[in-house]
Design a protein around this ligand. Structure first.
Ligand code: ADP
Length: 166
């Protein structure tokens, strides 16, 4: 079944110059890229993305991680992949959440680490279910940023002002 999944190359992936390598690994899936952009992550966006982790003792550290505060890289690369079985195909290449127990040939197993404070720095995020993928894609992207009409859209009247040369 055709699915879509949100992928984030986290700040440690960017700091370690792994973007090209990760995109090559993901291209093995033959999935289509439906959207891609660099994002400067606010605490609000990070908190909404990881809202299911709110009660974890490492929640604040996790937000700092996604915001790039631990790596002095204040951005992530956000992508949407589209195609048959997208969620499982991408999760398999990413590997387990814990980089120590992840398959050593997976992205997280190859490049992730556990910090001295115990946070899993695991390079990449990938949606875990169709429901989460839809929630996350709608959180990170506007409808016009996707090249496919994956989810239904509607139009909204908006009065906007733009600066032009006087
Ligand atoms: P996943 O990212 O594999 O979908 P979760 O949504 O459960 O996993 O966790 C979100 C992120 O929180 C993980 O990617 C990892 O960075 C961090 N994390 C999860 N569980 C732990 C843990 N037990 N200890 C430290 N960090 C964790």
């Amino acid at each position: 079944m055709a699915e879509q999944t949100l992928v984030l190359i986290k700040p440690d992936g960017l700091k370690k110059s792994l973007t090209g390598n990760i995109l090559t690994r993901l291209s093995e899936t033959k999935l289509e890229i439906a959207a891609a952009k660099a994002v400067c992550v606010t605490r609000e966006l990070a908190g909404e993305h990881y809202r299911h982790m709110k009660d974890k003792p490492f929640f604040n550290e996790l937000l700092d991680y996604l915001m790039g505060n631990l790596h002095n890289r204040k951005k992530v690369l956000a992508l949407v992949y589209h195609g048959d079985n997208a969620i499982k195909l991408v999760r398999d290449i990413c590997g387990d959440t814990n980089p120590e127990s992840a398959d050593p040939t997976s992205i997280r197993g190859s490049y992730g680490r556990i910090t001295t404070k115990g946070l899993f720095e695991n390079i990449i995020h990938a949606s875990s279910s169709p429901e989460e993928a839809e929630r996350e894609i709608k959180l990170w992207f506007k409808p016009e940023e996707l090249v496919y009409r994956i989810y239904p859209v509607e139009t909204e009247e908006k009065v906007t002002q733009t600066l032009v040369w006087a």
